[in-house]
Write a protein that binds this ligand. Structure first.
Ligand SMILES: [Zn+2]
Length: 197
């Protein structure tokens, strides 16, 4: 049965996303090879500005979703910037003064695990598309090094060449999330007609 996005579902989605990011962070910090433990934080004064940039792009993506769907997509409008910012929870050990890899959750494997967990728990295509959009939106705003296959490999490469494709993918997924919501509404609507016939 198709469901409208609820605030509760959005909260579950944020818990899954943040929880998996923390697992990747703990894994990298505890089990990552010492040579990979070179992650740090940006200069303290620039952190609020960077987080604001992430939130602003996430909010734009969320609004793109709502423009197609209307007011009922409101939980997703809020969920998108929350997830976009939440990925940076993987800087926590460095922020607290511990050695850790660079951006352990900024990884393709992270997004695969998040989508797999969501597919068996929340089971909502629109939420999965919002997660993908928020992840790619984050990668579009970030600069510097990341490990695309963390925690299996801490091979670091520059984000630069991936930023424009990530931004494009983020926008397409936000729009697709809106389309997925509208299709759910049609399915629910048809079901209602059958019952009343
Ligand atoms: Zn980041």
């Amino acid at each position: 049965m198709a469901k409208q996005p609820s605030w509760r579902t959005a909260a579950y989605a944020a818990l899954i996303y943040g929880g998996v990011a923390l697992v990747f962070t703990a894994w990298g910090t505890v089990l990552g090879p010492p040579a990979a433990q070179i992650g740090g934080t940006r200069p303290e004064g620039t952190i609020p500005g960077h987080l604001a940039e992430l939130a602003a792009f996430g909010l734009l993506l969320g609004l793109g979703c709502m423009l197609i769907y209307g007011g009922k997509g409101l939980p997703l409008v809020f969920l998108t910037p929350v997830l976009t910012v939440l990925l940076d929870v993987d800087h926590l050990p460095a922020y607290l003064g511990f050695a850790e890899p660079i951006r352990p959750a900024h990884s393709l494997l992270f997004v695969i695990v998040v989508l797999a967990v969501t597919a068996v728990t929340i089971k909502a295509l629109d939420i999965e598309l919002v997660m993908l959009s928020a992840f790619m939106g984050h990668m579009a705003v970030d600069t510097g090094l990341f490990a695309p296959f963390s925690p299996i490999s801490y091979w670091y490469t520059q984000l630069g060449p991936y930023r424009v494709p990530s931004a494009t993918g983020a926008i397409l997924c936000a729009v697709a999330a809106g389309v997925a919501l509208r299709r759910q509404e049609v399915v629910v609507g048809n079901g209602g007609l059958e019952h009343s016939a």
